[in-house]
Design a protein. Structure first.
Length: 195
């Protein structure tokens, strides 16, 4: 990847002007950000491009994931202009999908728990979280299965838990999930495709 004469002169002039202005106390952070963006463009040009899909909603927009061939890490994600659904455009969630990749130093890598009324987050192991969720669901289910209607009959329903289905499930998967939720006694069951 070479730089054309025009690009070289432009970058040299910008850097020279930046050095001159920085000695006068001018904030150079925008210039540095611009230079970093130029190096990112060069990386994207040499990157391996893989086509993928965004699964935040049922639209399923097309994505182009640029991966650094040396490290194998994703360096950029953008909308696919050849995709007939989104034609390169992405919503805010799709545009921020890069933040969900392993390159985001701030992404969550462990379960964080904050006690009710607490002010601090505590790291917990994953198996603790899954066990705690199961215990709480069982507690709510047992409490809900004791509720009686006006005739004194046990109604066997849990009104304190709701379920929202995914738009990426087919009919058979939706049937299985709905059956499982009804077995738990849930009556507040909805689906994203209807919302």
């Amino acid at each position: 990847m070479g730089v054309t004469r025009r690009e070289f002169l432009f970058i040299s002039g910008a850097m020279g002007a930046g050095l001159a202005l920085s000695s006068l106390g001018v904030d150079m952070r925008p210039v540095v950000a611009y230079a970093e963006e130029l190096s990112k463009i060069d990386k994207v040009k040499s990157a391996k491009q893989t086509y993928s899909l965004c699964y935040y909603c049922s639209v399923t927009c097309g994505l182009i994931c640029s991966t650094d061939p040396k490290t194998g890490k994703i360096i950029n994600i953008e909308g696919d202009p050849d995709n007939p659904i989104n034609e390169g455009a992405l919503c805010a969630k799709g545009a921020g999908i890069f933040q969900m990749s392993a390159n985001n130093a701030n992404r969550l890598t462990k379960v964080l728990y904050r006690k009710p009324g607490g002010t601090k987050w505590e790291p917990k192991p994953l198996d603790w979280a899954l066990t705690e969720i199961a215990k709480r669901i069982k507690k709510e289910r047992d409490k809900g299965f004791m509720v009686k209607n006006a005739k004194g009959q046990v109604v066997n329903r849990v009104e304190s838990i709701a379920h929202m289905g995914s738009s990426k499930l087919d009919n058979e998967e939706c049937w299985m999930v709905t059956t499982a939720m009804r077995a738990l006694g849930l009556v507040q069951i909805d689906h994203q495709a209807r919302v």
